[in-house]
Design a protein. Structure first.
Length: 319
């Protein structure tokens, strides 16, 4: 399905150097803020107290969060748990206070607003658990990157695999840079969003590289940068449909999903925007600079598919 067709190829690769200088500058800033400010990790990573509180009627999450905020807790996760009458509260560790003291203080504040509030459970998340989650998260990220490289190397060619992984790491680091600069809370949900962005960016790269391979087979007189320009131009309609519809869902979560999904949706929004950019300009440009050529992708076979015209710039797979 296509909204439109662009019949004149847009020379994206003509501006590849400028675009990638901008990308490198953004990447460098993200790395700087990661080392200078660091990530503002949530309770799952740093340790803290998890409370379960029950009400006789539906809990007002806003009032619960406001009551706890008056105690000086700036970063508290409050969400419904199981039903609208049950609330789960995640408190960061406080120096000089035990988990029991924290829970007593919080329950006092909650009962002053609604006397029906009762504590149902208390769980202490130790720093060892946070270290384990951090280690497992890094392992998951590493396994995803390695899997992507193996997949693309077999499906296309090692130059495309390397270009895609570098572009995807560019997306991940920039997402983390945003969270470091603004000191947004980095939780397990945000980590899940980062891993999702990796897969999302790979999908976009695969579509473009598939079209590059098709174009190498179809247009034997075009140079490499002209083939890549044509591939990006001919997939623009597909990109708008796919990413536009996905972003509508993500924005719904951002505006209507409440605080629980806020940073998850925010990470996805940043990742989708930079994922489009990196797949079209960063990955394609790196592959071009690595010297990818027709012989790397075409191992014999027909020059075109049956029923396809050699001068049709939009032939091939369109999602």
């Amino acid at each position: 399905m296509e909204f439109f067709r662009i019949h004149k190829t847009i020379p994206f690769m003509r501006h590849a150097l400028v675009l990638n200088i901008v990308s490198f500058a953004t990447f460098a800033l993200a790395v700087f803020f990661l080392f200078h400010r660091g990530l503002h990790l949530s309770v799952e990573f740093t340790g803290g107290t998890v409370m379960e509180v029950a009400y006789k009627q539906s809990a007002d999450i806003g009032k619960v969060r406001e009551a706890i905020g008056k105690l000086g807790y700036a970063d508290v996760q409050v969400q419904s748990y199981g039903s609208s009458e049950n609330v789960q509260i995640r408190l960061p560790a406080q120096k000089g206070m035990s988990s029991d003291q924290q829970s007593s203080q919080v329950m006092g504040a909650l009962q002053s607003v609604d006397p029906s509030a009762t504590q149902r459970g208390l769980e202490v998340v130790g720093p060892q658990v946070g270290e384990e989650l951090t280690t497992n998260g890094l392992k998951a990220l590493g396994m995803v990157v390695v899997g992507i490289m193996i997949y693309l190397a077999f499906r296309f060619e090692w130059k495309f695999a390397l270009a895609t992984v570098l572009a995807n790491l560019h997306d991940v680091v920039i997402i983390l840079g945003f969270f470091a600069f603004f000191q947004w809370e980095f939780s397990l949900a945000v980590l899940a969003a980062v891993l999702a962005v990796l897969g999302y960016s790979v999908n976009e790269s695969v579509v473009i590289f598939d079209r590059v391979r098709e174009n190498f087979r179809r247009y034997r007189k075009l140079s490499t940068h002209e083939v890549i320009d044509n591939a990006i131009t001919s997939t623009i309609s597909r990109t708008i449909i796919t990413h536009g519809s996905t972003q509508l869902v993500v924005l719904s979560m951002f505006f209507f999903g409440g605080p629980t999904l806020h940073y998850f949706a925010l990470a996805l929004t940043i990742g989708i925007c930079f994922g489009i950019y990196s797949s079209c300009f960063v990955a394609a440009a790196i592959a071009m600079w690595l010297g990818v050529k027709r012989e790397d992708l075409i191992k014999g076979g027909p020059t075109k598919r049956d029923g396809e015209s050699e001068d049709d710039p939009n032939a091939g797979a369109v999602v």
